[in-house]
Design a protein around this ligand. Structure first.
Ligand code: ADP
Ligand code: ZN
Length: 437
């Protein structure tokens, strides 16, 4: 395979040079951070009074961590490092886990962000001949405008379709010959179900690639989308605190996500001790932004769980790769004392061919015990009025899940297309247990 690079020099920079670049950029970021009320105080306590405190990349460990909680405390302007009238845009997180947090950009910040998104898109083999339908929420969420600008930078024809309304999405795909889409993996699965339901033939659309991100998904889910829609799916990772999309992305080798290390410093730490973990071990991803002036963000605890690949990538890029994010530290459910990540359930059910494209996890209190129910849709060729095969399938899913998660779940089967679909990030878990119980 021949790999194409958007910025060959930076993407293939030898590690020593890349690290020298990071050190310079880290010092700049520390200097910039000292101009914000939040970091001035926080750094003061840690004995960091100027960028000179950083003499090597290892000195990053002198810098205190920043948490989502800090961002909320600093709302609205505690993290702003430039005069308000130089700010040209703001974005906010989706608020999946609480009050949204705000990030500010000046003009150069936006253009740097755009170039990282363009680099990511180009790494998947797209070019100006592509027609790109951005099937994601526009607005405060960074996935809309972020991908929009990156797509234009690559020179693709960008269709700002937004998410939802599958019938209109199909029409746009057919009318303009869409070749690439960006969406959440759950929306892509929904699109596929709807395509069959509405009788849209695969031959009537030219789709060949998708960027899927904004929520965790398993390798089996990727494969399922690829096989059903006959496209290549690339994993896209980003978060508003680090600008949005374009932080880490899969290249055409589709084996881990390159984190753009000239824009971000990545560390993997033990979420309990906060000590760095050896390469290859799974822990919490901590990110430092090297490419934004208006809102410095250093050693931000993402709460996302990942690990570094240790071997170099076939594509020749020198930027390290992250394993797909398996979930967030705060996603973890405790069911009768057993720890469970929703991704463990997804891994099991999405690998079963008879299971349809959507699922929901419900946790309730039954007396003193927790009760786990997994609701899944059935595949399109299974009839809901034939009880025998349904009972057999329910039992098969229950047994397979139990063997894998050591919890005995209740399994409910639902007709294809009947479980709720979210326009933004999928809401996979309904925890109905009383709080503080
Ligand atoms: P919020 O934190 O409120 O969801 P964001 O819109 O900033 O707001 O979302 C960023 C988060 O989305 C990440 O921290 C991560 O948990 C999740 N995410 C984004 N892309 C991916 C991906 N490719 N795989 C798994 N999770 C992802
Ligand atoms: Zn690669």
């Amino acid at each position: 395979m021949t790999y194409q690079y958007w910025n060959q020099k930076m993407e293939t920079l030898p590690r020593p040079e890349l690290e020298a670049y990071q050190l310079g950029a880290l010092k700049t970021a520390v200097g910039q951070a000292l101009r914000t009320p939040f970091y001035k105080e926080r750094f003061g306590k840690a004995g960091i009074s100027s960028a000179d405190a950083i003499k090597s990349l290892a000195d990053i460990r002198k810098i205190p961590f920043t948490t989502k909680h800090d961002l909320r405390d600093g709302f609205p302007y505690g993290f702003l490092s430039i005069p308000r009238d130089e700010v040209v845009r703001l974005h906010a997180s989706s608020g999946t886990t609480g009050t949204p947090t705000t990030i500010y950009f000046n003009r150069e910040d936006l253009s740097r962000w755009t170039s990282f998104v363009a680099r990511s898109i180009y790494a998947t083999g797209c070019n100006k001949a592509d027609v790109f339908q951005n099937m994601i929420t526009y607005g405060l969420f960074t996935g809309g405008l972020g991908f929009h600008a990156g797509g234009e930078e690559v020179g693709m024809l960008v269709i700002p379709s937004g998410s939802g309304n599958t019938t209109r999405q199909f029409k746009l795909m057919q009318d303009f010959g869409t070749t690439v889409v960006h969406a959440t993996p759950s929306f892509l699965l929904h699109v596929e179900s709807k395509m069959r339901e509405e009788g849209v033939s695969r031959d009537s659309i030219k789709l060949r690639k998708a960027f899927a991100g904004a929520e965790p998904y398993s390798e089996d889910t990727r494969r399922r989308i690829e096989e059903l829609l006959k496209i290549d799916v690339y994993n896209s990772y980003g978060l508003s605190e680090m600008n949005g999309p374009g932080v880490a992305f899969e290249c055409q080798a589709k084996n881990g996500l390159h984190i753009w290390e000239d824009g971000y410093i990545a560390e993997i730490v033990d979420p309990d001790t906060l000590e760095p973990l050896p390469d290859g071990e799974t822990g919490e991803l901590v990110l430092t932004c090297l490419c934004r002036e208006a809102t410095p963000m250093l050693r931000y605890r993402t709460r996302d769980l990942s690990s570094f690949y240790t071997e170099p990538c076939a594509c020749g890029r020198t930027h390290r790769r992250l394993h797909r994010i398996t979930g967030r530290t705060d996603d973890m459910l405790i069911i009768n004392g057993v720890n469970l990540f929703p991704s463990q359930i997804e891994e099991v059910i999405m690998s079963m061919k008879e299971v349809g494209n959507n699922y929901l996890i419900v946790v309730e209190k039954e007396g003193v015990l927790d009760r786990l129910t997994v609701k899944t849709e059935v595949g399109q060729d299974i009839f809901m009025d034939d009880a025998r095969p349904l009972n057999a399938l329910r039992e098969k899913i229950r047994k397979t899940l139990q063997a894998s998660i050591t919890i005995n779940p209740r399994v409910e089967l639902h007709e294809s297309g009947s479980l709720p679909v979210s326009e933004g990030k999928a809401k996979r878990v309904q925890d109905m247990r009383p709080k503080n119980a």
